[in-house]
Design a binder for this molecule. Structure first.
Ligand SMILES: O=C(CO)[C@@H](O)[C@H](O)COP(=O)(O)O
Ligand SMILES: [Fe+2]
Length: 232
């Protein structure tokens, strides 16, 4: 008997990196009210990437203001394990770490799960996707970077699409995220390649109608999922 298939769905996670950070809570709420499925919160340590953002004290302040929101922490920090317990205690739901920032991927995933969070793993543009093969069964999501991590508002790297295609071909039920330069102009490429968790920053923050943009991003992904399921 074949095991039941997980039903993939398109999810939109706004990155608040390029928002008005002096009004972080209201910017997050604005995205949730516009239909965000989750919030993608970019944590940078000024060491793994050449920029600094915020840490768990901010997450702890945000959590009571939006008790039901799903917080995905994109941890651009080295060592990757450093903030697991603090983030869990502050109300994070998912801890997405970088493959390049740990010596012990399974150990890092184990700690994340023991802390009660979901685990995501991300790779920088220069890292081959095949390195993830041994770890796919351990994690909840994979996040493919389509810019060099560190800054919002960069140009989308279309040459990362084969990584997503590879993952979708080999792991048909995997939640695959894409992060960096994702907009109305680039979503079709992401959807065609097989991404279903869409992180988008500036395209949503700069829009006068983030609800409409999110809906278009989601519909594009959903259409592509449906098409590929019909082809199976
Ligand atoms: O992790 C990162 C950058 O390091 C991303 O989450 C970006 O911040 C997304 O913003 P846009 O590229 O969509 O503007
Ligand atoms: Fe990110």
């Amino acid at each position: 008997m074949s095991s039941p298939r997980k039903c993939l769905s398109g999810k939109i996670g706004p990155s608040i990196l390029n928002s008005d950070l002096s009004n972080l809570a209201s910017e997050c709420q604005r995205m949730l009210d516009s239909g965000a499925d989750y919030l993608h919160l970019d944590v940078m340590d000024g060491h793994f990437v050449p920029n600094l953002t915020f840490g768990h004290p901010i997450v702890k302040c945000l959590r009571p203001k939006m008790p039901n929101a799903m917080f995905e922490m994109h941890m651009m920090v080295e060592p990757a394990e450093r903030w697991i317990e603090d983030m869990a205690a502050s109300g994070a739901n998912m801890y997405t770490f970088h493959y390049e920032a740990t010596q012990d991927v399974p150990g890092c995933v184990r700690k994340i799960k023991e802390a009660g969070m979901k685990a995501g793993i991300s790779i920088k543009p220069g890292t081959k996707v095949e390195v993830l093969d041994p770890f796919i069964d351990l994690v909840d999501t994979v996040l493919i970077m389509t810019v060099e991590p560190g800054f919002g508002g960069q140009k989308f790297m279309a040459d990362m699409m084969p990584k997503i295609e590879y993952l979708r071909e080999h792991f048909s039920d995997l939640d695959i995220g894409v992060d960096g330069g994702v907009s109305l102009d680039t979503i079709q490429m992401c959807a065609n390649a097989g991404a279903n968790m869409i992180v988008s920053g500036s395209a949503l923050m700069k829009s006068d109608n983030p609800r409409e943009v999110m809906q278009t991003l989601r519909n594009t992904v959903e259409d592509s999922i449906q098409k590929s399921q019909l082809e199976r």
